[in-house]
Design a protein around this ligand. Structure first.
Ligand code: NAD
Length: 483
């Protein structure tokens, strides 16, 4: 089987090692073989990016916009093929995979516009005869490290602004999803960027981390992944010799969805089912804690159980499937361990939680979505990120306690409230301690042109996406000019 190679300094290069990528919906199916870069190759990629970056920084906004627009258009033109690859390697149902691919296209095209819009400010000085000019410059070389759960959208929302604002990129995708990353890199490689402006190094994070984080040529690191890895990334960016790297971390979540007595039941159930179980619960914005007040609790649980019966677990590429497999055996084990932990903590498993082994004769990492009830917020299943199709209902005394429980977490990425009261909606919107608040909408599912990020243990550094992305991918220069 052909090995998909890394892209360094404008060339596709062989690596000493390669790994196969398997389909979680059918573990007999090998998606492809992908090179694993050596540390020396990661260093080559950083050096190539450092050499190319000044040329790219000197390109005109129109050149950068055209390149990004072309990438965005090709992604949209190839939506079906890329969605199929994404669903095959990650297990996301086709409808969701299609939406993710389209979103990646929209992100590139949004940042094509942002490349044209980057401006500065002119301030009158407090001192006579001076003016103050404020401009934004590229940061330099950016290492981009991404997780497996959004194989094309997360790389897009980091790579597009990095390139739009004149930076060079070294991109290291997650080990489990090199296929989508390689396809994206191949499109970018034909976009007319100076050789070395964009580099792909696939491989293991712990082996390539030193080069991608510790090299003084790397000016900034944009990371999305687990909190444990995020801490390592932060330490490496600070602890390295020479100047520290600027860093941005998007990490885990334990997102609450509050359902108040006056909620529209159908809306609340639709939000909870989508937020907790779509994408197999493998979203940093998943609603894993469903905090429900007494007047609606029993009706909500009954309606959730009825709705859960209708979900179809199966092959991600089967159009009837609503819940795809878990991404791999390790994640499945983690999900099942947490289901055992929940039971041993006294939570009642009201639905699902069975590993299915196979569906329609296909061996895969299938897990029935699991709903716990009678849980409290001190249980590990309500404190630690599970990252699977597992949600827990917590009964709150009243709206005040629901708000307190929602905020009683180490994380703060997304949060939601279902209510028909304008007053309660405003109150929760103001007091939920999270980067994103959803009112009568699922905690997961965001727009490509709006800022994305969290608080507390979920995020560190400036927001991603939308025009807020410029905070990370540019550095501000203040010039004082005597007339
Ligand atoms: P992970 O932390 O295991 O890996 C993320 C990336 O870091 C991978 O590319 C990995 O190879 C790399 N990596 C691992 N060790 C490294 C090291 N020492 N140095 C440099 N890079 C290293 O996370 P994952 O399992 O791929 O993704 C799941 C996690 O991502 C969950 O915690 C989820 O909440 C989080 N996530 C967060 C967001 C967000 O925006 N907040 C979005 C999606 C996923």
């Amino acid at each position: 089987m052909q090995v998909h190679r890394n892209h360094i300094a404008g060339d596709w290069v062989d690596s000493p090692d390669a790994a196969a990528n398997t389909n979680p919906s059918d573990t007999r199916d090998v998606v492809g073989r992908y090179a694993r870069a050596s540390q020396a190759q990661a260093l080559d990629a950083v050096a190539a990016a450092a050499a190319a970056q000044p040329r790219w920084a000197a390109s005109t906004p129109q050149q950068r916009a055209d390149a990004l627009d072309g990438i965005g258009r090709e992604i949209a033109d190839r939506q079906e093929e890329l969605a199929d690859l994404l669903a095959r390697e990650e297990g996301k149902p086709l409808a969701e995979a299609r939406a993710e691919v389209l979103r990646a296209s929209h992100i590139f095209r949004f940042f094509a516009g942002e490349a044209m819009r980057l401006g500065g400010e002119l301030l009158p000085s407090t001192r006579a005869g001076l003016t103050v000019e404020i401009t934004r410059e590229p940061v330099g070389v950016v290492s981009i490290i991404t997780p497996w759960n959004f194989p094309i959208a997360i790389p897009a929302w980091k790579i597009a602004p990095a390139l739009a604002f004149g930076n060079a990129v070294v991109f290291k995708p997650a080990e489990l999803v090199p296929g989508s990353a390689w396809a994206l890199a191949e499109i970018i490689s034909r976009a007319g960027l100076p050789a070395g402006t964009f580099n792909l190094v696939m491989g293991r994070g712990r082996e390539l981390g030193d080069a991608l984080l510790g090299h003084p040529g790397v000016a900034a690191v944009s990371f999305t992944g687990s909190e444990a890895t995020g801490r390592k990334v932060a330490q490496a960016c600070i602890g390295r010799p020479g100047p520290m790297a600027k860093f941005q971390l998007e990490m885990g979540g334990k997102n609450p969805l509050v359902v108040l007595d006056d909620a529209d039941l159908d809306v609340a159930v639709a939000c909870a089912i989508n937020g907790a179980f779509f994408s197999t619960g493998q979203r940093c914005t998943a609603s894993s804690r469903l905090i429900v007040t007494p007047g609606i609790h029993d009706r909500f649980v009954a309606a959730m159980l009825a709705r859960l019966q209708t979900l179809v677990v199966g092959d991600a590429r089967d159009p009837r499937t609503t819940i795809g497999p878990v991404v791999d055996a390790t994640q499945l084990r983690q999900d099942c361990d947490y289901i055992d932990i929940g039971r041993s903590e006294g939570a009642r498993l009201a639905f699902g939680g069975e590993a299915l082994g196979q569906v329609a004769g296909r061996p895969g990492h299938y897990l029935q979505p699991a709903l716990f009830v009678d849980t409290d917020n001190t249980m590990r299943i309500n404190r630690e990120e599970i990252f699977g199709p597992v949600a827990a209902v917590i009964r709150a005394r009243d709206a005040d306690e629901a708000l307190a429980l929602a905020n009683d977490t180490a994380f703060g990425l997304s949060s939601g409230v279902c209510t028909t009261s304008l007053k309660q909606a405003a109150h929760f919107k103001r007091h939920l301690q999270a980067g994103m608040v959803m009112v009568n909408a699922p905690t997961a599912g965001v727009d490509p042109h709006a800022p994305f990020g969290g608080r507390k243990g979920s995020s560190h550094g400036p927001r991603e996406q939308g025009r807020y992305a410029a905070e990370f991918y540019t550095t501000v220069k203040t010039a004082y000019v005597a007339a």
